[in-house]
Design a protein around this ligand. Structure first.
Ligand SMILES: [Zn+2]
Length: 148
C-alpha cells in the first residue's frame, strides 16, 4: 500500500500525459492521482491526508518523508476554462459556481503549478516534512521542466 518512493504524483488526466512513463515508474513506486488539469483540489488534499495517514500507520513501518509532485502540461484543455461562457456552461452542467470552474483553468501551466504548490504548502494539516515539487510536461517534445 505504501509507495516505495514515498511519492504522490498529481497529474492531468490528459491521454498524452502518462506519469508512469514520464517518471519510468514500476508498479508500487508511487501513488498517481489524476484529475482534469492535475489541480490540487480539496478532493486531492483529502485523499493525500487519508493516504498519508494510512501509509504512516503501517505496523512496523519506518517513518516516511512524503513527496508530492505536481505535473501540469502544455496545451492543456483546461486553458479553455478562462472563457467566461465556458465557465458558465460547465458550472451549470456541474451544479457549481462559475468561480469554481475558473479556479480549475490552466491558461499557463508554469503559473498553475506554482499556484498548486502554494495550495499544498498552505493546506491545513500538512506536515512540515512534506517535500513538494512541480513540473511542466511538454506534450510536443516529451520534455519535463521543473518549476522553481
Ligand atoms: Zn490537461
Amino acid at each position: 500500500m505504501r509507495p516505495r518512493l514515498s511519492t504522490f504524483i498529481v497529474a492531468c488526466l490528459d491521454a498524452r500525459v502518462d506519469p508512469g512513463r514520464i517518471f519510468a515508474l514500476e508498479v508500487g513506486d508511487a501513488v498517481v492521482m489524476r484529475n482534469a488539469g492535475g489541480r490540487v483540489t480539496p478532493a486531492v488534499l483529502r485523499d493525500l491526508s487519508v493516504l498519508g495517514f494510512l501509509a504512516g500507520s503501517v505496523p512496523g513501518g519506518s517513518p516516511m518523508t512524503p513527496e508530492v509532485v505536481v505535473v501540469h502540461h502544455t496545451d492543456c484543455g483546461l486553458a479553455r476554462l478562462v472563457d467566461p461562457e465556458a465557465q458558465r456552461v460547465l458550472a451549470e452542467r456541474m451544479g457549481v459556481e462559475p468561480s469554481q470552474i475558473a479556479a480549475m483553468a490552466v491558461p499557463d501551466p508554469y503559473q498553475s503549478v506554482l499556484t498548486d504548490l502554494d495550495r499544498l504548502r498552505s493546506a491545513p494539516g500538512v506536515p512540515d516534512s512534506l517535500v513538494v515539487a512541480g513540473f511542466v510536461y511538454d506534450v510536443t517534445t516529451g520534455l519535463l521542466s521543473e518549476v522553481q
